[in-house]
Design a protein. Structure first.
Length: 388
């Protein structure tokens, strides 16, 4: 099923769910006498309408699955029911009550108002927060003995995950460059569409990556392939770390950066990680991996000074006291939610990412805005904080 077909199908599916809920809610029994008024409709009928919507939703899934509906598509259909079908149901109920077509109890009217309020939440989550790019900062204090005294700043551009390079992606790059980082890391998921679209978008991707300076490195993510990343970085200063290590000197700091692919358990990835863990020297060591799960494989208090990753998007939806609803990662939810954390003595920074899940997934972020990141590495003798 093409993306365009999926969009049409998803709206038809949402309309069917809404129709089922309306049919149950607005059903009128024929009175035995004209003088007998219709009873007011209470919450029980509303719950029955929601149940009908749920049953219809479940009945549709096997059929839609046969034509290409995936897991993210199911989430999109749920989201449309929540922020489109339910608000429309609430509007119809309130209008019916005001027009005296059907009368509802006060609890049912309150429920209808709450349903309508889901619409502005959806508008905010899709059209505002999904593009409310923030600069996040973090400060890592290096262990004693690392060579150099000057702070080192690392810019992170994770999960750009664009389907069409636009002003938004260019703004993300330019805002990060305005912070003048010494080093820029891109932990995967650059472009998210079919292969032919990638070929069409390749010049724009190269132009975007061409904005980055020499010391910029990218690793492969879930939606990347090695060949695509080689094509996208060709002619730019960005280097693709495909289970490789680079050694740099920035100011008075010596830095070793290792990048691994999705299969961080492969022999090539293990060799890269082992080099970071065991080579002698007082350099700063950074492991870049799209998946934060790699930190679970590191020995306690390892020689690696910082792991930088993305992948989780911070969950895209976070709820107070609960955190991210879904991260597709084995790391603890608090780590997957984003930011700087320590796991068994190993420091890891997880970026919430610049973009969002594409394909059949809904465009949504809630209490989890996209980010560019600036991490300052310093020693205990330096008190300079990370830039805002």
């Amino acid at each position: 099923m093409s993306y365009e077909t999926f969009i049409v199908v998803s709206w038809i599916a949402t309309a069917i769910d809404l129709a089922a809920a309306l049919a149950v809610t607005l059903y009128r029994r024929q009175p035995t006498a004209e003088s007998v008024p219709q009873p007011k409709i209470g919450l029980a009928r509303g719950l029955l309408a929601l149940a009908a919507m749920g049953v219809v939703f479940l009945i549709k899934l096997p059929l839609l699955g046969t034509v290409g509906l995936d897991g993210f598509g199911v989430i999109r259909l749920l989201y449309l029911d929540m922020v489109v079908a339910l608000p429309l149901l609430g509007v119809v109920l309130l209008a019916s009550h005001l027009a005296a077509y059907r009368r509802f109890t006060k609890p049912m009217l309150v429920a209808a108002v709450l349903a309508v309020l889901a619409a502005p939440v959806g508008i905010y989550a899709t059209f505002v927060e999904s593009y409310r790019l923030r600069l996040e900062t973090a400060r890592v204090v290096l262990p004693a003995g690392r060579v150099g005294n000057s702070p080192l700043t690392i810019g992170v551009l994770a999960d750009i995950q664009t389907a069409d390079v636009s002003v938004y992606e260019r703004e993300a790059v330019e805002r990060l460059l305005a912070q003048h980082p010494d080093l820029i890391l891109l932990p995967g998921d650059l472009f998210h569409r079919r292969y032919l679209s990638f070929e069409q978008e390749l010049p724009e991707l190269r132009e975007l990556l061409g904005l980055l300076p020499t010391d910029a490195f990218i690793t492969a993510g879930n939606v990347d392939t090695r060949e695509r990343l080689r094509q996208a970085t060709r002619g730019t200063s960005v280097r693709f770390l495909d289970n490789h290590i680079v050694r740099l000197t920035l100011g008075d700091r010596r830095i070793t950066v290792g990048g691994v692919g999705l299969n961080y358990g492969s022999s090539e990835a293990r060799k890269t990680i082992e080099t970071l863990l065991t080579d002698p020297g007082d350099d700063i060591r950074i492991l870049v991996s799209h998946l934060p799960d790699v930190v679970l494989e590191l020995p306690e208090n390892s020689r690696i000074d910082l792991v930088v990753s993305g992948h989780t998007h911070g969950g895209q939806v976070q709820l107070p006291l609960i955190g991210p609803l879904m991260t597709l990662s084995r790391v603890p939810a608090a780590i997957a939610a984003g930011g700087l954390h320590t796991h068994r003595g190993n420091r890891i920074y997880v970026s919430r990412g610049v973009g969002h899940e594409q394909g059949q997934a809904p465009t949504i972020r809630f209490l989890c805005p996209p980010e560019i990141s600036l991490i300052t590495l310093t020693d205990r003798k330096t008190t300079q904080p990370a830039a805002d």
